[in-house]
Design a protein around this ligand. Structure first.
Ligand SMILES: C[S@@+](CC[C@H](N)C(=O)[O-])C[C@H]1O[C@@H](n2cnc3c(N)ncnc32)[C@H](O)[C@@H]1O
Length: 197
């Protein structure tokens, strides 16, 4: 996990949105599930993006597509610079990973529509932006049956997270979900695609 530790040494690393424990869990989930297509909402300074890309290098036999969406252009630019600086692109395995940094609102379905048109359904999503339910609803039609959706801050945003879970249970869009008790809480969901039924 060389690049992950480099990421922590980057300026602002000590103040990152996602903690070390959560990022290690995120990497483990990526390595276990080996997704071809991944979306991250809320790039911030790119620590999650770097971790996801690094974990994808562990399954190098196919191409992987990772798009990350950040609302603020100035932050997106820091993420791009961090990504270039962390050294991941020097690894030969990284040639199979196509990462795209987008600036905009992750609640806008146009990103997922475009992603779907280019690469097909989304295998795994890491939701770490504001208004997470809106981002989920925007990407939902493009998520694969049984896609994994990981949601950060299930503890620290407990009230909004519970409301969200109530709505999703009602709409039956999930087979199952659980929270891993990291410091901030990482929720892992498995999606049910109603369009296929
Ligand atoms: C907790 S940080 C993300 C941390 C990052 N995923 C990581 O692992 O380091 C949340 C980020 O989401 C961005 N954000 C908030 N609302 C957004 C939206 N609707 N669309 C895209 N980005 C958003 C914020 O500007 C902020 O940079």
């Amino acid at each position: 996990m060389k690049n992950l530790w480099n990421a922590f040494a980057l300026p602002g690393g000590a103040h990152m949105g996602t903690g070390r424990e959560d990022l290690i869990l995120l990497q483990s989930l990526i390595m276990a599930n080996r997704p071809r297509t991944v979306i991250e909402t809320g790039t911030y300074r790119g620590y999650g993006t770097i971790c996801i890309a690094e974990a994808l290098m562990d399954c190098p036999s196919r191409n992987h597509y990772l798009w990350t969406i950040e609302y603020k252009d100035s932050i997106s630019q820091i993420a791009i610079s961090n990504y270039h600086r962390c050294g991941i692109e020097q690894h030969p395995e990284s040639s199979n990973i196509k990462v795209r940094f987008l600036t905009g609102d992750s609640g806008d379905p146009k990103y997922y529509q475009e992603f779907y048109a280019k690469y097909g359904e989304i295998d795994l999503a890491f939701i770490d932006c504001g208004n997470r339910l809106r981002a989920f609803e925007a990407m939902y039609p493009y998520l694969k049956e049984e896609a994994i959706v990981i949601v950060h801050d299930a503890w620290t945003r407990k009230a909004s997270y519970s409301q969200w879970m109530d709505k999703l249970k009602e709409s039956q869009k999930l087979y199952d979900y659980g929270i891993i008790p990291t410091e901030r809480g990482m929720s892992i969901m498995r999606v049910r695609q109603l369009k296929n039924q």
